[in-house]
Design a protein around this ligand. Structure first.
Ligand SMILES: C[S@@+](CC[C@H](N)C(=O)[O-])C[C@H]1O[C@@H](n2cnc3c(N)ncnc32)[C@H](O)[C@@H]1O
Length: 335
């Protein structure tokens, strides 16, 4: 069985290429959900609830939410990736047929509209489990992984116009360096960007991984492949992941019932900072506004923070699922 969560800098485990040899086909897109019990407890999942899983992925959390809310809990599941939707529709077909699971290929930037189109609001619980799914990493042709050679793609939604190849092959050196530094938290960003600009175009993940490795002067005994952070940065840029997160959070608050809960699992410090600051601002009864004579004004808080500090996986979970190790879970309740 494939184990995975989202991915953060340095999180693409270097599993042997034949790790899945002999596995049953349905196991190939099993996804071990990260922080599962904490999510179910934090969202207070129980029978009769209406829940949105805005990042269905391999359907791990969706499946558990359906089980915990049996016999009559309902899940509206979204993913930008049509392949994720199709796979989960097959795997959880019993729930779809029973009318308990509705699956929609949609970017969560459109959450408000999608939920209203399906007459699903208001909801009791929303889950955002950010980043990439294990099956996306496993499929070479999606171009997320440097372990398998595939086209330089990395789009969650293959219908969107911008791919990783477009960025790598056309962006100016300085912008490429900034991107790799900021989203990849990669110290060697300038060296990498310079090398890439000199040696482009690149067509495949293998070519890019090799170029990054050469740019930094080889492996030097590093546990992680030197291209890990560059790949992560490109994926975040291709899918505009930070902007998508900024856009979905206020929509979640709007869609929740009073007392309804939002859980966000992030895998990158920039994502966690966005979630933390947004929750703090919404939970506050004061809006900072420098143009105001008192430096701001009073308002009704929109939510209550349940997790003062983010919940992180314990050692046993990290050992079982190494990709979970950078996960941070924050939960808030609508007032
Ligand atoms: C870490 S995986 C979710 C795994 C899932 N919780 C499970 O247990 O199998 C993240 C998923 O979110 C999807 N995704 C990322 N950004 C998205 C967005 N803006 N809108 C919709 N889906 C998105 C990705 O395509 C990916 O399948």
């Amino acid at each position: 069985m494939m184990v995975s969560g989202g991915i953060q800098a340095g999180d693409e485990e270097e599993t042997p290429m034949d790790a899945h040899a002999g596995a049953h086909p349905s196991d190939l897109y099993r996804h071990v959900p990260v922080l599962l019990e904490a999510v179910l407890e934090g969202l207070q999942i129980r029978p009769g609830m209406r829940m949105v899983d805005a990042t269905v992925g391999g359907g791990g959390h969706t499946e558990a939410m359906l089980q915990r809310s049996a016999p009559d809990g309902l899940v509206l599941g979204l993913d930008a990736d049509p392949e994720a939707i199709q796979r989960v529709a097959e795997r959880l077909s019993h729930a779809v047929q029973a009318g308990r699971l509705r699956l929609v290929q949609s970017n969560f930037t459109q959450l408000r509209q999608t939920v209203h189109t399906h007459h699903f609001a208001p909801v009791d619980a929303i889950l955002l489990d950010l980043g990439v799914s294990s099956f996306q990493l496993d499929l070479a042709d999606r171009g997320f992984s440097f372990q398998q050679d595939g086209p330089l793609d990395m789009r969650f939604d293959p219908a969107q116009p911008l791919s990783a190849a477009d960025i790598v092959n056309t962006w100016p050196e300085q912008e490429l360096a900034d991107l790799i530094y900021q989203y990849g938290e990669e110290r060697r960003s300038r060296r990498i960007a310079r090398y890439l600009v000199r040696h482009r175009p690149f067509e495949t993940t293998g070519q890019l991984a090799q170029a990054v490795e050469r740019a930094v002067g080889g492996r030097r005994g590093e546990r992680l492949h030197p291209a890990t952070r560059t790949f992560q940065a490109l994926r975040i840029a291709v899918n505009q992941e930070l902007a998508a997160l900024e856009s979905v959070l206020p929509q979640c608050l709007e869609l929740l019932k009073p007392g309804g809960r939002l859980a966000v699992i992030s895998f990158h410090s920039l994502e966690d900072r966005i979630v933390k600051r947004w929750m703090q601002a919404e939970a506050s009864s004061f809006v900072q506004d420098p143009s105001h004579p008192q430096g701001g004004y009073e308002k009704m808080p929109g939510l209550r923070i349940i997790t003062r500090k983010p919940i992180v996986p314990d050692a046993a979970e990290i050992q079982h699922n190494p990709r979970s190790r950078s996960a941070k879970l924050r939960i808030a309740e609508r007032l």
